[in-house]
Design a protein around this ligand. Structure first.
Ligand SMILES: Nc1ncnc2c1ncn2[C@@H]1O[C@H](COP(=O)(O)OP(=O)(O)OP(=O)(O)O)[C@@H](O)[C@H]1O
Ligand SMILES: O=P(O)(O)OC[C@H]1O[C@H](OP(=O)(O)OP(=O)(O)O)[C@H](O)[C@@H]1O
Ligand SMILES: O=C(O)c1cccnc1
Length: 476
């Protein structure tokens, strides 16, 4: 852990600590609680979210401590001695259940549960939301780019445009969503991501002539060289000079790896550059493109315009999730003291599902994802799912394959198995996306994936709503 985020226990909203002290004073802090993490609406107008950030969360939860500096700071904010004494001995000892990173998650189905004391489960809310919402958002954006890029290389160039230090986690999430490499050196070291890079316009500008800049770079970096060809005139100067360097490299038994286009009409330039490279006898030299790319531009370049681009460098749009910059995942109390709790709301959509639950992923007879059933814990097979907000919509699922999604990840505050690496999570996400029918994957008005309640959970929810309303009426 790097020093700028320490003490990490204070990387939270004040109200978590205010409530924690309150629970402590009320004698409630050691009651058993379950919180659910879920989101309500997929970003980018899409149909899914790639679950990401679990490994980062687990690593931090295992080490979560209030050290002397944090306790002194909290004392200065007015927190009281007896509570600070409790925090001094604080260790996260709860159970965490979740799917593997890279799993596809859908609206309203709990994607993670924390089961522990009310104090510990409440205290981690902000940290958990901060990590899971951001990484899942960026992994989802990356997955959309992977969807349209086929097997072409996707390289994350985003660090300079990222929201501060979030750039570190963005690079990790980009890989989980399907990226191949990053320019972010620290992310490469922390997460074992292959590094990739070319050179900036400054390098070219720092020489009298473009060809001198290319030659100097190629002499130092040989086979690894990618030359930026758009500083002066892409087709009249950049590409011809790159071809000269490719010849010089070939004479030395080496090969130019690629050229990079970074402005103008990328399809037009790629087509002409490809023809020039081929004609000069360099069909193996690849074409990389960058400049504010997103999934729509990449799709247009490849599908509509057939642009011969092999490598895409993507920055701003990826790491800032430019068109939908926050995932609204929430964390809601579902059970206290083994009793179901519900959050009422004027809107049925904002009500939570009470009690301890399991989510079943239901596949059709071809193994494709079909629906998710949110069930009461202990249910082993679901016959029918009910639309969470439209009482008359239901679907029979009893004949279909069902697997539980929430599996123990931490017990007594420790991970119970090694967590998958970013690249393992990427492979898993790829498998899941391949099993998601195209109608849920498409960008325009995707078909909504069914998430329903088991009959037992629906009944429990309705009962809890009636009881809560009864309590409100009785008080009036
Ligand atoms: N053939 C194409 N089809 C669709 N979009 C493209 C194509 N070529 C480039 N773009 C995209 O168009 C956007 C703007 O390109 P523009 O021509 O303004 O770039 P530019 O001239 O390099 O400007 P700047 O140098 O300020 O970045 C970029 O997001 C780029 O990715
Ligand atoms: O466009 P993005 O998707 O955000 O990708 C990152 C951008 O960062 C660089 O430009 P910048 O102008 O910062 O530096 P340069 O001199 O290397 O072009 C690079 O050339 C890309 O265009
Ligand atoms: O290596 C590159 O070409 C690169 C890295 C970061 C941002 N833009 C480009």
């Amino acid at each position: 852990m790097t020093t700028w985020l320490e003490p990490i226990a204070l990387y939270t909203d004040l109200y978590e600590l205010t409530m924690a002290q309150g629970y402590f004073k009320e004698g409630k802090s050691e009651q058993r609680a379950t919180f659910d993490y879920f989101y309500r609406s997929p970003p980018f107008g899409g149909g899914y979210v790639v679950f990401c950030g679990l490994a980062t969360l687990v690593e931090i939860l295992e080490e979560l401590r209030f050290d002397n500096d944090s306790l002194e700071f909290l004392r200065a904010q007015g927190f009281e001695d007896d509570f600070l004494e409790r925090l001094k001995n604080f260790r996260f000892e709860a159970e965490v259940r979740a799917p593997a990173e890279g799993e596809l998650i859908f609206p309203y189905a709990p994607a993670l549960q924390v089961r522990g004391t009310l104090l510990e489960a409440q205290l981690v809310e902000t940290l958990l939301l901060n990590l899971l919402n951001f990484q899942s958002l960026i992994a989802t954006k990356a997955a959309r780019m992977r969807q349209v890029a086929g097997d072409r290389a996707l390289v994350d160039f985003g660090l300079r445009r990222a929201h501060g230090f979030g750039g570190l986690h963005a690079s990790r999430a980009a890989v989980v969503g399907g990226f191949d490499a990053t320019s972010n050196v620290l992310a490469g070291m922390h997460y074992d991501i292959p590094l990739s890079g070319t050179q900036a316009h400054a390098w070219i500008q720092s020489f009298e002539h473009e060809i001198d800049a290319f030659r100097a770079f190629a002499e130092q970096y040989g086979d690894a060289s990618v030359l930026l060809v758009d500083t002066y005139d892409t087709l009249k100067s950049g590409v011809p000079n790159a071809i000269t360097i490719a010849r010089e490299l070939r004479d030395r038994g080496q090969s130019l790896r690629a050229i990079r286009l970074d402005s103008g009409d990328l399809a037009y330039l790629a087509r002409h550059a490809r023809a020039m490279l081929d004609e000069a006898g360099f069909p193996e030299v690849k074409i990389a493109a960058s400049n504010n790319l997103d999934e729509h531009v990449i799709r247009s370049l490849l599908s509509d315009q057939n642009a011969p681009i092999d490598i895409f460098g993507v920055g701003t749009q990826l790491v800032t999730a430019y068109d939908d910059p926050a995932l609204g995942g929430v964390y809601k109390l579902a059970t206290l003291d083994e009793k179901p709790r519900i959050k009422l709301s004027d809107s049925l959509r904002k009500m939570s599902f009470p009690g301890n639950k399991q989510v079943f992923r239901i596949r059709d007879t071809h193994g494709q994802l079909y629906a998710d059933a949110v069930a009461i814990e202990g249910q082993t097979h679901i016959d029918r799912i009910h639309h969470p907000h439209e009482p008359h919509k239901e679907t029979e699922v009893g004949h279909l394959d069902q697997t539980p999604l929430l599996k123990p990840v931490m017990q007594k505050g420790r991970r119970i198995a090694e967590l998958p690496s970013a690249f393992e999570a990427r492979a898993y996400a790829r498998e899941q996306l391949a099993a998601l029918p195209p109608e849920h994957r498409r960008f325009e008005n995707p078909h909504i994936y069914k998430v329903g309640l088991s009959t037992a959970l629906r009944d429990r929810r309705d009962q809890a709503v009636d009881q809560a309303r009864e309590r409100i009426r009785a008080k009036k």
